[in-house]
Design a protein around this ligand. Structure first.
Ligand code: FAD
Length: 475
C-alpha cells in the first residue's frame, strides 16, 4: 500500500459524478491532484472551435468550484500532455495517473502512448469508461467487420442489455501537500475577443449542474412529446444535452439510468438518438479521418464549386430561404441549431450551393457549442450521401417544403429572421411569392430588408443531380 498522490486527468469529462477515474482516486483515500491540461500541441489534434472554447472556459469554472467543495483544487496547465504529467509527477511525488477514456483519434493516440510510457517507467496508469456506453473497439459484426448500417448496430447494442448504473460523486477529495502550480483560467485564452458570446451566455449554463438541470427538465416536461415534437424547431421539444455530452458534463450512463424508469415511445426514440451518437463514434474509430475524407471514396471526384460569396451568404443566414437563414442565425447567435434545421441547412449548402460538405463541417466545428469529433463529420457525411448508412445523394431537401412541414406557422423563422415576422403563414417560407400588397402590408422590402433567394431551388436541384450522375459515371 502506498499513500502517494494520484493524478486524475480531466479532458472531455468535466464532471464529478459518474466519473469513475475520480471515484477510484477518492476511494483510495490517497491525496488527489485533479489536473486539466489544455494540450494544443499535437500535430494531428483538431483545435477546438471558438464556441467550444467558450463553453470549456465556463465548464472549467464550474468544475473548479465543484472540486473546491470537495476540499481540493483543480490544477490547470497548458502544454503537451506527457510533459505536463511528468512535471506534475516530479512536483508532487504522485505514482498513479487515472483518466476516463476519450475517443477522438488524436486523443486516443496520446492516451495510448501515455499509458505505455507511464507503465514502462513503473507508474500506475488506468483508464475508465464514461463517455460512451460501448467501447468502439469491442463492437463488431458477426464476420468481425465494423457496422456501416445503424439499425443492426443499434440492435447489437440493445442485445448487450442495460448499461451499468452511474457511480456517485465522491464526498471529498483528499488534498495533496505538494500540489503542482496552476495557471489561471483566464490565461488559457479560451474566451473570444472581442466578446461575441452574449447570445451563448443567454441560452446555456455550462457545467455539470446545468447538465443535470437539463436532463430533469427534459424528463419531466419533454420526454412524453419527444417522438412527435423532436422535428419541430419552433418547439422546445428536445433535451439540449448535446453540448453537455460533448464536454462530458453528463454521461450516457446517467441518461440511460434515468430513462429506464420511464418506458414510453419518447424514451425509445430518445435511446435511439443516444445510440446514433455511439454509431458516429463507431464510425470515427474505424475511419479516423472522417472529417477530412469521404467515407465512400466514389465522392472523391465530385465536382464541388468554389463559391465564396454563396458560402458567406449561407454562413451569415442571408440565402433568401427563411428556414435555412433562421437555422444559420440561431447557430451564430447561440452556438446551437435544431437537428431538423441542421439537416436542411447542410443539404442546402451541399446540394443547392454545391459546396463541399467539409466547408460546412468546418463552419459548424467552429460555431457549435456541441461541436463533436464524431457527430459532426458523421452527420455531414450522412447529409452529403458520402457517409455510411447515409441519405442517398439524390434525396434533396426542398427548403420551402421542409419549412412548411416542420415549422408550419413559421414561429421558428419569425423568431430568428425578425424582418419576416409579420408575413402571413402562407408566405413565411416563400416570401418571394408574396404579392406586392402583402409585402407592403408587412413592410417588407424584399431584396433590401431580406434577400431574394441566392439560387433557384428547382434549377439547383437539377444541377446537383447532374453533378452526382457525372461522379457516378452515368453521363
Ligand atoms: P436530442 O434530440 O435531445 O438528442 C439527445 C442526444 O442524442 C443528443 O444530445 C446527441 O448526443 C444525440 N443525438 C441526437 N441526434 C443525433 C445525431 N443525428 N447524430 C449523433 N447523435 C445524435 N451533434 C452533436 O452533438 N455535435 C455535432 O457537432 C453535431 N453536428 C451535426 C451536424 C449536422 C449537419 C447534423 C445534421 C447533425 C449534427 N449533430 C451533432 C446531431 C444533432 O443535430 C444534435 O446532436 C442535436 O441536435 C442536439 O440537440 P439535443 O441535445 O437537443 O438532441
Amino acid at each position: 500500500m502506498t499513500d502517494k498522490p494520484i493524478i486524475v486527468l480531466f479532458r472531455n469529462d468535466l464532471r464529478i459524478s459518474d466519473n469513475k477515474a475520480l471515484a477510484a482516486a477518492a476511494d483510495s483515500g490517497r491525496p488527489v491532484i485533479p489536473l486539466f491540461i489544455l494540450d494544443e500541441t499535437g500535430a494531428d489534434a483538431r483545435p477546438r472551435g471558438a464556441a467550444s472554447r467558450w463553453w470549456l472556459h465556463h465548464s472549467l469554472t464550474a468544475l473548479g468550484a465543484a472540486v473546491e467543495k470537495l476540499g481540493n483544487r483543480l490544477v490547470l496547465q497548458t502544454g503537451a500532455t506527457g510533459k505536463v504529467i511528468a512535471e506534475a509527477i516530479k512536483a508532487s511525488g504522485a505514482d498513479t495517473v487515472l483518466w476516463n477514456r476519450r475517443y477522438d483519434p488524436a486523443g486516443m493516440a496520446v492516451d495510448a502512448a501515455l499509458k505505455s510510457h507511464l507503465r514502462d517507467e513503473g507508474f500506475e496508469a488506468e483508464s475508465f469508461d464514461g463517455f460512451l456506453l460501448h467501447e468502439p473497439s469491442r463492437v463488431a459484426t458477426q464476420s468481425g467487420d465494423f457496422y456501416k448500417v445503424f439499425t443492426p448496430f443499434h440492435k447489437r447494442l440493445t442485445a448487450d442489455g442495460e448499461p451499468r448504473d452511474p457511480v456517485d460523486a465522491p464526498r471529498q477529495l483528499a488534498r495533496c501537500d505538494s500540489m503542482p502550480g496552476s495557471e489561471r483560467l483566464d490565461a488559457l485564452g479560451l474566451l473570444p475577443k472581442p466578446d461575441w458570446a452574449g447570445g451563448l451566455s443567454g441560452r446555456w449554463k455550462p457545467g455539470e449542474a446545468g447538465a443535470l438541470e437539463r436532463l430533469e427538465i427534459f424528463l419531466e416536461e419533454r420526454l412524453n412529446g419527444y417522438a412527435q415534437g423532436r422535428d419541430r424547431p419552433g418547439e422546445d421539444a428536445t433535451s439540449g444535452l448535446s453540448p453537455h455530452l460533448a464536454h462530458g458534463e453528463i454521461t450516457p450512463f446517467r441518461i440511460m439510468a434515468a430513462l429506464r424508469r420511464r418506458r414510453s415511445q419518447g424514451a425509445e426514440t430518445f435511446v435511439k438518438e443516444v445510440s446514433w451518437r455511439e454509431f458516429c463514434y463507431h464510425l470515427l474509430f474505424h475511419k479516423p479521418a472522417l472529417h477530412r475524407e469521404n467515407f465512400r471514396p466514389e465522392f472523391d471526384t465530385f465536382a464541388w464549386r468554389n463559391a465564396p460569396a454563396a458560402l458567406k451568404a449561407w454562413q451569415r443566414g442571408q440565402t433568401g430561404y427563411p428556414i435555412v437563414d433562421a437555422g444559420m442565425r440561431e447557430l451564430w447567435q447561440t452556438g446551437y441549431m435544431h437537428n431538423r434545421v441542421r439537416m436542411i441547412a447542410a443539404s442546402f449548402l451541399i446540394k443547392d450551393l454545391l459546396i463541399d460538405w467539409r466547408q460546412g463541417e468546418t463552419w459548424f466545428w467552429d460555431t457549435l457549442v456541441d461541436a463533436d469529433a464524431a457527430n459532426n463529420p458523421a452527420n455531414w457525411q450522412w447529409v452529403a450521401g458520402s457517409g455510411a448508412d447515409a441519405a442517398p445523394y439524390f434525396r434533396i431537401f426542398n427548403p420551402v417544403l421542409q419549412g412548411e412541414k416542420f415549422d408550419p406557422q413559421g414561429s421558428y423563422v419569425r423568431h430568428w429572421v425578425p424582418e419576416l415576422a409579420t408575413l402571413p403563414d402562407r408566405f413565411i417560407h416563400r416570401p418571394w411569392e408574396a404579392p406586392a400588397a402583402v409585402l407592403g402590408d408587412s413592410r417588407l422590402d424584399l431584396g433590401s430588408d431580406y434577400p431574394r433567394p441566392i439560387v433557384d431551388h428547382a434549377r439547383a436541384r437539377e444541377r446537383a443531380m447532374a453533378a452526382y450522375r457525372a461522379t457516378r459515371g452515368d453521363d
